[in-house]
Design a protein around this ligand. Structure first.
Ligand SMILES: Nc1ncnc2c1ncn2[C@@H]1O[C@H](COP(=O)(O)OP(=O)(O)OP(=O)(O)O)[C@@H](O)[C@H]1O
Ligand SMILES: [Mg+2]
Length: 236
C-alpha cells in the first residue's frame, strides 16, 4: 500500500512542555485511520505537528512519500492535505456562500457546486451567516471548505464535538463518504465507539505516546482498552 502520511518518532513541544514523546503513525492510500485518546493526550498537537503549525523538534514527517519535516502549513496544504481544526473555525460573520468563496479552491472534482450537492442543507442555508448555523451545519461547512482544496488526505479534529447524537451520526456518515470518494482520512475522535465503526485502523494516544496500534475491529472488541478510553461511557 502506498503511504500518504508517515509520521516517524516526532517530539513536539509548547515552549518547555514536552508534549509528544516519539509519536509514529501512518495513513495508507484510501485508508480511514482513527487517532483516539483522552482529553489532553496530544491528539490536536499531533495534527498541528503534521500541518506544520507546531513543527516537531525531533522526528520526521513524510507526505505522499515526500520529506515534509519542517514544512510550512501553506506547503502542507498545497500538497493536498485538508485540515478541519477543532472548533471548526468558520467565519461567523460571513454567509455560508461567502465562507465557501474565501476557501482556497483548487482544480479537481470538488467545486462549490459539488459541495452543495454533497450537502444540500448548506445550499438551503447559503445566505445564512456562519454564526447562525447549527453545530452540525457548521461542521459540514468546515468539511466543505476543506474539500474545495481537493485534498488527497483529510485531517479532521473531533468533528463530533458538541453535536447532538443524531447530528453526530450524520456527520460520521459524511466522514465515511469521504473515504468512499477515495480520500484518505485521519480522524481524531474522543468518541472511540463511533470512530471505530468507520475506521480501518486505529491508534490510541496516551500522554504523548502511542499505546495502541492495530485494527479498528480488534480495538473495539477489546473491552478493557475501550473502557480506558474516555468517551466510551456515552457511546449509547
Ligand atoms: N498552546 C499550548 N501551550 C501549552 N500547552 C498546550 C498548548 N496546547 C495544548 N497544550 C497541552 O498539551 C497537551 C496535549 O494537548 P492537545 O490539545 O494536543 O490534546 P488533545 O488530545 O487534543 O485533547 P482534547 O481531547 O481535549 O482536544 C495538554 O496537556 C495541553 O494542556
Ligand atoms: Mg484536541
Amino acid at each position: 500500500m502506498n503511504m500518504v502520511l508517515e509520521v516517524d518518532a516526532i517530539h513536539t513541544y509548547y515552549g518547555k512542555s514536552h508534549i509528544l514523546d516519539g509519536v509514529s503513525l501512518k495513513v495508507g492510500e484510501g485508508e480511514l485511520v482513527a487517532l483516539l485518546g483522552r482529553n489532553g493526550a496530544g491528539k490536536t498537537t499531533t495534527m498541528r505537528s503534521i500541518m506544520g503549525l507546531t513543527p516537531p523538534r525531533q522526528g520526521r514527517i513524510r507526505l505522499f512519500g515526500q520529506e515534509m519535516t519542517g514544512a510550512s502549513p501553506y506547503r502542507v496544504a498545497s500538497m493536498g492535505v485538508g485540515y478541519v481544526p477543532e472548533g471548526r473555525k468558520i467565519f461567523g460573520h460571513l454567509s455560508v456562500h461567502e465562507n465557501l468563496l474565501v476557501a482556497r479552491e483548487t482544480k479537481g472534482p470538488w467545486t462549490i457546486d459539488a459541495v452543495y450537492k454533497l450537502f444540500p442543507r448548506l445550499h438551503e442555508r447559503r445566505t445564512s451567516k456562519g454564526g447562525r448555523l447549527s453545530g452540525g451545519e457548521q461542521e459540514m461547512l468546515a468539511i466543505a471548505r476543506a474539500l474545495l482544496l481537493n485534498p488527497k488526505l483529510l485531517i479532521l479534529d473531533e468533528p463530533s464535538q458538541g453535536l447532538a447524537p443524531i447530528i453526530v451520526q450524520e456527520v460520521m456518515r459524511t466522514v465515511g463518504r469521504m473515504k468512499d470518494e477515495g480520500i484518505s482520512v485521519l480522524l481524531v475522535e474522543q468518541n472511540a465507539f463511533l470512530a471505530l465503526q468507520l475506521a480501518d485502523r486505529a491508534y490510541v494516544l496516551g500522554e504523548g505516546e502511542i499505546v495502541y496500534d492495530g485494527s479498528a475491529a480488534e480495538l473495539s472488541a477489546d473491552t478493557e482498552r475501550m473502557e480506558q478510553l474516555a468517551g466510551v461511557a456515552h457511546a449509547a
